[in-house]
Design a protein around this ligand. Structure first.
Ligand code: B4P
Ligand code: MG
Length: 280
């Protein structure tokens, strides 16, 4: 049966829930984020997510990626540190995941055995965990107490649930809510009017964003912004909702003066400082 249309997570709600940066803070106050992303063939996804995270309130960022990807990322994000061949080292439990405040896995990775193994290791931790792109698979999260946030686009949602894309798009909020409760995770179903459904049944629609986001890399930037937001917010649900809203607001800032045909994903991270300030 068709349920009520969920409410929008508005600009006023973002303003009321964004954290202040304590004048007395230091980088440890905001924790260290772990980003597991990028391969030799898709190094850009790790860079885009890394830029999003470091622009979004994090204290420190560690990027676990392949050696070849590191060489490309370091010159454009010297502020991060790295775990070389990190996906493999985490999958084989050779690199610890204990010291992080939040983690994201999947941008620019293959949906293969190593990704699944690394995800299994991360699921044993007690930090909030974003699962995107190559890390999205048909699985359950029953053992997990801490927050899990899945960020599928419609094709990925279809892959992990078996619901056909055309059917999904007719009842986006209903399907997101149903699967969030069933899997016990938050689901951010991307696309026009992104739906965020929490495992407790709460559902919100995002009012920002436009067709300039329909381009490769923008989802990687969102995963990074969300990772950073998880580190500086006290309430993980506010972090997720504010990340989606702010990512879309950057695209809306772009189209004030520029064509929606022309946005590059890394430019979202460049717009974020001024867009964020408008919420403070
Ligand atoms: P992949 O190769 O999996 O794409 P990706 O690497 O995940 O791209 P990226 O990370 O940059 O973008 P994402 O979608 O995560 O290939 C995608 C495949 O799925 C393609 O075959 C594509 O056709 C299909 N697919 C993707 N979206 C679909 C959709 N809506 N309906 C049907 N098929 C779809 O993240 C993109 C970001 O941009 C999100 O934040 C999203 O909310 C936003 N966005 C995209 N279009 C928007 C719009 N029109 N308005 C507002 N926001 C929009
Ligand atoms: Mg994506």
């Amino acid at each position: 049966p068709q349920k009520e249309t969920p409410s929008q997570w508005t600009k006023e709600q973002v303003k009321a829930t964004l954290p202040e940066r304590d004048p007395n803070s230091h980088k440890g106050s905001f924790g260290t984020a772990l980003l597991i992303a990028g391969t030799k063939e898709m190094p850009g996804a790790a860079l885009l997510a890394g830029l999003g995270a470091m622009r979004s309130g994090v204290g420190k960022l560690v990027i676990a990626t392949e050696a070849e990807a590191m060489a490309m990322i370091v010159p454009r994000l010297p502020e991060a540190t790295y775990v070389q061949n990190g996906m493999q080292r985490i999958a084989e439990q050779l690199a610890s995941v204990d010291a992080y405040r939040a983690a994201a896995i999947g941008p620019g990775t293959e949906p293969d055995r190593m990704t699944e193994d690394a995800l299994s290791v991360l699921l044993e931790s007690s930090m909030p965990l974003i699962v995107d792109a190559g890390a999205l698979s048909r699985r359950t999260y029953a053992e997990r107490q801490a927050p899990v946030i899945l960020t599928p686009h419609p094709a990925e949602f279809s892959r992990i649930t078996g619901v056909a894309v055309a059917e999904l798009q007719k009842h986006r909020a209903d399907y997101a809510a149903e699967w969030a409760e069933r899997l016990g995770v938050a689901i951010v179903l991307k696309g026009q009017h992104t739906v965020t459904a929490f495992p407790d049944g709460e559902v919100w629609i995002n009012p920002t964003g436009n067709s300039s986001l329909a381009k490769g890399g923008t989802g990687d930037t969102l995963a990074g912004i969300m990772l950073g937001m998880l580190c500086c917010h006290n309430d993980w649900k506010h972090a997720v909702l504010n990340a989606v809203h702010m990512h879309g607001a950057c695209a809306d800032e772009w189209t004030k003066t520029r064509s929606p045909h022309t946005l590059l994903a890394h430019e979202l991270a460049e717009l974020l400082p001024e867009v964020w300030a408008a919420f403070e």
